[in-house]
Write a protein that binds this ligand. Structure first.
Ligand SMILES: Cc1cc2nc3c(=O)[nH]c(=O)nc-3n(C[C@H](O)[C@H](O)[C@H](O)COP(=O)(O)OP(=O)(O)OC[C@H]3O[C@@H](n4cnc5c(N)ncnc54)[C@H](O)[C@@H]3O)c2cc1C
Length: 425
């Protein structure tokens, strides 16, 4: 049985605007829709539903934003993971539709930040950097897509010299700068959206792990002390979901870790990131970084580790950061934390139904800040009876990953080895 936990040792948890403090679920309650999981998928869905007048109840095992949504790199990246595979299933118009869907999450975030006055340090500006010549070719192809679809924000290919100048490092040989992407404080966004949903009548329960979901005309979500009976249930537990074996078995849990430095001096900032951009490399075992609002460097990467000791995380990531920025050799690191990402075999996010009135969305494969917000809108549409965009995802059959339940850690370790090899090519 899951024991409710408080937030992890992240910079985000230490710089929260307001602590969420919702009650545990007790007794029997009734809802139009019950959402399981209060990350971006769950909260985003609930806010869309509350805006449309539904009586929605959200049941969270721990705290609002406790999972990946409150721990991530905060990089707001356009596009849907695996979209090239999806385009082939959609015919000639599919490419444009997918392109638009790939940017819809950004618009939802920007609009909510404005409408509900959410303080989450939202900024524009992002660079995809290249390490090898094949990365430049990929970025050039992406640049041509931006042109083809008349991308409305500023974007530019950067030469080796321009990239090195912009980022104060010799680690990269070129880049694509895109001001349509950006970065934000994810936990403050998630908590702000939850507050907005509650202001519109939604009910949130924290510290309430769901133990069972009973099928029926009305589905019933059961916790240790209570239950919610609802016309619709939305499952939004993603990589932290262990309840429904069918969902667990189609998702790879991949751990990613982040370190947070002390606030950097103005001189250092001017040298390494004067334009306050989010930066991401193209490897599978990728590295990503950006500055926080109080000018800490938040640097993330993946390695095989299943614990949460900040010192172990710092020990693994600091040497990697110093390869990019030797000028930070004397910088202190105040934070180290990690979280689990839901990755699918074909990289395409998974949406589907476990019963006519039980739907789910998961597996954004590292592109979740944006796509969870799109997913929330699609799931809310599905509750309302419009399945057009839901079916785009639901029609793609997910791959069952054998051994997922029994050999979880070994599989993650094997996956890391495989992707490290691919990155070396
Ligand atoms: C370290 C890290 C860095 C990342 N960086 C980026 C990035 O820079 N940009 C980007 O776009 N994406 C990034 N991601 C991915 C992104 O964070 C996720 O795709 C996204 O947050 C998923 O949101 P979610 O709501 O689906 O899942 P989560 O945020 O994981 O939420 C699931 C929630 O469900 C709850 N839950 C599970 N089971 C139960 C149960 N039985 N009962 C009740 N509640 C339950 C959990 O407690 C949890 O709060 C990163 C992820 C990690 C871990």
């Amino acid at each position: 049985m899951m024991t409710p936990q408080s937030h992890t040792s992240s910079y985000y948890a230490a710089s929260i605007n307001q602590t969420s403090d919702y009650p545990q679920l007790e007794g029997k309650v009734r809802a139009d829709v019950c959402v399981v999981g209060a990350g971006f998928t769950g909260i985003s869905t609930a806010l869309h539903l509350a805006e449309r007048g539904y009586n929605v109840h959200i049941v969270e095992a721990n705290k609002v934003g406790w999972g990946a949504s409150g721990r991530n790199g905060g990089q707001m990246i356009g596009g849907i993971s695996g979209d090239s595979k999806m385009a082939s299933t959609l015919g000639s118009e599919g490419e444009r539709r997918l392109w638009d869907m790939g940017w819809a999450g950004h618009e939802i975030i920007r609009e909510r930040v404005k409408t509900y006055n959410i303080q989450c340090d939202l900024k524009s500006g992002y660079v995809d950097v290249a390490i090898k010549p094949r990365h430049i070719r990929d970025l050039q192809a992406y640049y041509e897509q931006l042109q083809k679809f008349d991308f409305p924000h500023a974007y530019k290919m950067l030469s080796k010299h321009e990239t090195q100048d912009l980022l104060g490092t010799e680690a990269y040989i070129g880049a694509l700068r895109n001001n349509g992407n950006g970065h934000l404080h994810p936990l403050n966004l998630c908590i702000g959206e939850a507050t907005a949903a509650v202001s519109l009548g939604a009910t949130i329960y924290e510290n309430s792990p769901v133990l069972e979901i009973k099928r029926g005309d009305k589905a019933t979500v059961v916790t240790a002390k209570g239950s919610v009976s609802a016309d619709f249930v939305v499952l939004a537990g993603n990589a932290y979901h262990f309840l429904e074996p069918k969902l667990r078995g189609i998702l790879f849990p991949v751990n990613s870790f982040i370190i947070g430095s002390e606030p950097l001096s103005e001189a250092l900032i001017n040298e390494i990131n004067p334009q306050d951009l989010a930066v991401c490399d193209p490897n599978y075992i990728l590295e990503y970084f950006r500055l926080s609002a109080d000018k800490r460097l938040l640097f993330g990467g993946r390695f095989t580790y299943f614990g949460s000791d900040p010192e172990v995380i710092k020990k693994n990531l600091i040497p990697r950061l110093l390869k990019i920025y030797p000028q930070l050799a004397n910088t202190k690191f105040d934070f180290g934390w990690g979280g689990t990402i839901g990755v699918t075999a074909n990289r395409v996010p998974q949406m589907g139904k476990l019963a006519p009135n039980i739907i789910y969305s998961q597996g954004y494969s590292g592109h979740g800040v944006n796509v969870t917000h799109l997913a929330g809108q699609i799931l809310a549409d599905t509750v309302g009876g419009t399945l057009e965009r839901f079916d785009v995802f639901a029609n793609i059959k997910p791959t069952w990953i054998p051994g997922q339940h029994t050999f979880r850690n070994q599989m993650v370790a094997l996956g890391m080895m495989y992707y490290k090899l691919i990155d070396r090519l």
